[in-house]
Design a protein around this ligand. Structure first.
Ligand SMILES: Nc1nc2c(c(=O)[nH]1)N[C@H]1C(S)=C(S)[C@@H](COP(=O)(O)OP(=O)(O)OC[C@H]3O[C@@H](n4cnc5c(=O)[nH]c(N)nc54)[C@H](O)[C@@H]3O)O[C@H]1N2
Ligand SMILES: Nc1nc2c(c(=O)[nH]1)N[C@H]1C(S)=C(S)[C@@H](COP(=O)(O)OP(=O)(O)OC[C@H]3O[C@@H](n4cnc5c(=O)[nH]c(N)nc54)[C@H](O)[C@@H]3O)O[C@H]1N2
Ligand SMILES: [Mo]
Length: 750
């Protein structure tokens, strides 16, 4: 039953490999986006829908968390190719009906690819899989809530797990965590646990708040922007517009990445004439082709070189721990730095010189830094370098973790976290909810708990847990062992095909759709909170909003006379409570009624105030752990193609990297191919080796010779998740090490 993601209908027979592209976006990009939209929505609906993306009075693009410019600065096309694809996936005219489930058994669906599942369209009615059945069948909303309530009431609250993905609105997230806590558990794992958790942990410890310290305005006026471990051309295309703007104002851009990603090297802005014709803007002035995992060594070396350029005024007034840090970085072993980073000393010195000369430096990063065993120390080392130069709380400077899901940051602000939130007392005061004092399960702990029989109910507000989580076989078995699984979803996905004994799919409204209860609000990567107004007719009359589902479930489980019993009828009613519970949300309703919304307070950014125990930003001492691979092994990182949104596969192409018609590819450098005796185009199994002695295998990948740093390999998420051991996680953040997997490539004969 439980097996690797199937490959039957992946269409890899049509796999085609061409040289990687040298520039991103431009008109071809937008045309690709429009083509995707029209296939799913038709011409008229596409035009009406896409014109509302990220406009004041429109809806927030479900694509990514990059902020929108101020309303007067916005173009009519404040979306990108991949935003258009994200919207098209939701606003599609295709439908998954109860008849669909009658036609397709769950075993049948389990044999389909993620791509096929996603392409079936929007879920239209609540369905249940009963204990003795291999089919999902219709169920009324009332019966669905009654069934879940009966099961939840029958077990200890800590046997339930409440997962959240990052698209959920502030209001629904707030209601969900309040419900889970009133029910009696802090088991609130979320996609952040697999994403920017390492950033949150490192920033909280060093600057006292787990969020980035820059605004979009800062990016526009920065003199130097270092983009580390991030592929904005695919995953945050609107960021390229901001980089281009900074660049035109004189900024220098440095890219640090094992892959020469197209968007970082050259960008054709579709909103400017020179993006339509001509070669576009060369974005990155310097490209450091770092080895996977070499970033801590790089930032340690940069710190060493920048010691003579320390901003002593800032350090004395606002930081602690500098002496120890300076002692630790007084010398570096250049041989170690060069082998760990794969870079030459001169290249690092060049970047250090840029940093020494810049009075406004921003460091941006994403998954290339957060999903490794030493992610937290690495990000702390980035913080060290920025503190050393006084680059926090200064215009045009700062720390910029670029978030993924469009409201993942807001969900955390609203208390989606597996520990008691800092404002637990306010929740008790306003809603009478006693927040448990215990530490709940994060994603990895939740999988262990299900696997070991300590948790038996899994509920998910969005997301695709089965495909997103590590160690696919273990995760699938863990989910399948549950007594009850409940999925609040817009689209069919892998997690639905791995049901517990009883399983429900509760279809909900998406962000593009009209909601009778009003508009929702979201928070972007730079702490700006604003309204998102859906305008399309719902995909089916049978859908409920996430808020309605949570409110009705709360009533069914906890009793009808709860304070939030009527929340589903009014988002303003929820915001009224949030304003009293969550700091920074005073006058919430009035502030989000304005076109631009408001930016949450951020001590380090606004006034160089640091909510650490000693009130100072903290330098830390981090040890470079030398990675040595056994002979014949590569360090694999798993990444996104241009045609996917996490586990949602839009198509089988990765245009900028020259791949079309398939996804089971592994990128390897020419040097490594030669030393491994493998030919470009040959077929291999990827086998991961970890200290638990278990060999995990992802079968049938085509080797692609690629300009990737030597010693490393790259493959796509989620196909490669089967290779990530559950227990291989980042120190302190417990994030699965999806970008640090020791593998060997085993040739297979066709
Ligand atoms: N279209 C689209 N947009 C998205 C998403 C999507 O799937 N599709 N996902 C959203 C989400 S949830 C997130 S979190 C973000 C993800 O955005 P990214 O972080 O850009 O996503 P990844 O594809 O994981 O890319 C990681 C980048 O890090 C590089 N990298 C890998 N290992 C290392 C390393 O050791 N050091 C360095 N310096 N670099 C390394 C890879 O080569 C790659 O360029 O995007 C969000 N936006
Ligand atoms: N190997 C490896 N694994 C990774 C990563 C990696 O880089 N490598 N990246 C990790 C990261 S950064 C992340 S964020 C996670 C992502 O993990 P998740 O957030 O769990 O996964 P998604 O693929 O974003 O979820 C897609 C599903 O969300 C549902 N959905 C979409 N919109 C809505 C909505 O408005 N409401 C509701 N209720 N449901 C909706 C749809 O049913 C869709 O099938 O994966 C992680 N896993
Ligand atoms: Mo993410």
């Amino acid at each position: 039953m439980v097996k690797n993601a199937p490959t039957d209908d992946l269409g890899d027979r049509d796999l085609h490999v061409a040289p990687p592209k040298k520039a991103a976006a431009g008109v071809p990009g937008v045309l690709h986006g429009l083509a995707a939209a029209q296939q799913q929505m038709g011409v008229r609906r596409s035009a009406l829908t896409l014109l509302k993306v990220n406009q004041a009075g429109g809806f927030d693009c479900p694509g990514c968390a990059w902020p929108e410019p101020a309303p007067n600065d916005r173009s009519h096309f404040e979306f990108c190719e991949n935003g258009a694809k994200a919207v098209a996936e939701e606003a599609t005219l295709r439908r998954v009906t109860p008849e669909f489930f009658a036609r397709h058994s769950i075993s049948d669906l389990a044999g389909r690819s993620d791509y096929w599942l996603g392409q079936q369209g929007r879920l239209t009615a609540p369905v249940v899989k009963r204990a003795d059945s291999d089919h999902y069948a219709p169920i009324s909303w009332d019966d669905a809530f009654a069934l879940i309530a009966e099961r939840m009431r029958a077990v200890e609250p800590d046997r339930s797990v409440f997962y959240t993905s990052g698209r959920t609105s502030n209001e629904a997230a707030f209601a969900y965590q309040a419900f889970a806590r009133a029910y009696g558990t802090n088991n609130l794992p979320d996609c952040s646990n697999m994403c920017h958790e390492s950033s949150g942990v490192a920033l909280m410890e060093t600057i006292g708040i787990g969020k980035g310290s820059v605004t979009l305005e800062d990016v526009h006026r920065a003199k130097l922007i270092v983009v580390v471990g991030q592929n904005p051309g695919t995953n945050h295309p609107r960021m390229l517009t901001a980089l281009e703007k900074a660049k035109k104002a004189g900024a220098t851009i440095v890219a640090v990445n094992p892959l020469p990603e197209a968007g970082l090297l050259r960008f054709k802005n579709p909103q400017h004439p020179d993006g339509v014709v001509g070669r576009g803007t060369a974005l990155a002035d310097h490209y450091l082709q770092i080895r996977v995992g070499g970033d801590l060594a790089l930032f340690a070396a940069l710190g060493h070189l920048l010691l003579p350029h320390a901003d002593t005024g800032f350090i004395e007034a606002h930081t602690s721990g500098f002496e120890e840090y300076a002692r630790a970085r007084a010398t570096v072993d250049w041989a170690v730095i060069e082998t760990q980073t794969g870079l030459a000393r001169a290249q690092i010195e060049e970047v250090a010189a840029l940093m020494a000369a810049s009075d406004a430096t921003i460091v941006c990063w994403a998954m290339g830094l957060t999903q490794r065993s030493d992610s937290v120390p690495t990000i702390r080392e980035v913080v060290n370098v920025q503190l050393l130069r006084g680059m926090v709380g200064k215009p045009g400077a700062g720390l910029c973790p670029v978030r993924g899901h469009s409201n993942v940051q807001g969900d955390r602000t609203m208390g989606i976290i597996e520990r008691p939130p800092p404002w637990a007392g306010n929740l008790t005061r306003e809603l009478g909810v006693e927040v448990p004092g215990t530490h709940g399960y994060d994603v990895v702990e939740a999988i262990r708990a299900m696997r070991d029989g300590r948790a038996s109910i899994f509920m998910a507000l969005g997301g695709n847990f089965a495909a997103a989580a590590p160690d696919t076989d273990v995760t699938l078995a863990a989910l399948a062992s549950c007594d009850l699984t409940v999925h609040v979803s817009t689209k069919l996905n892998r997690t639905h095909t791995t049901p517990g004994r009883v399983s429900l799919i509760l279809p909900c409204l998406g962000r593009t759709e009209r909601d009778p209860a009003g508009f929702v609000t979201v928070e972007d990567s730079m702490s700006a909170v604003h309204a998102s107004v859906g305008r399309l007719a719902p995909a089916s009359p049978d859908l409920l909003s996430e808020l309605a589902i949570i409110s009705r479930l709360a009533r069914a489980v906890l009793g009808a006379d709860l304070p939030w019993a009527r929340w589903e009828e009014s988002y303003p009613a929820v915001r009224e409570v949030i304003a009293k519970v969550v700091p920074g949300f005073d006058d919430y309703e009035a502030k989000v009624a304005t076109r631009e919304g408001f930016t949450l307070p951020h001590g380090p950014r606004d006034s160089r105030e640091f909510a650490t125990p000693d009130g100072r930003a903290r330098f830390t001492v981090n040890t470079i752990v030398e990675r040595t691979l056994p002979p014949g092994r590569l360090l694999l990182q798993t990444m996104r193609s241009h045609d996917q949104y996490n586990t949602t596969i839009y198509g089988l192409d990765d245009r900028y990297r020259g791949i079309s018609g398939g996804r089971r590819v592994v990128f390897v450098s020419a040097t490594d191919l030669a030393s491994l005796g493998l030919a470009d185009g040959s077929m291999v199994d990827i086998v991961s080796e970890w200290r638990d002695g278990v060999e995990r295998r992802a079968p049938g990948f085509r080797v692609v010779e690629y300009p990737i740093a030597a010693g490393c390999a790259g493959a796509y998420f989620p196909e490669a998740n089967v290779l990530v051991p559950l227990d291989s996680t980042a120190e302190l953040s417990n994030t699965p090490t999806s970008k640090e997997i020791v593998v060997r490539l085993e040739p297979v004969t066709a």
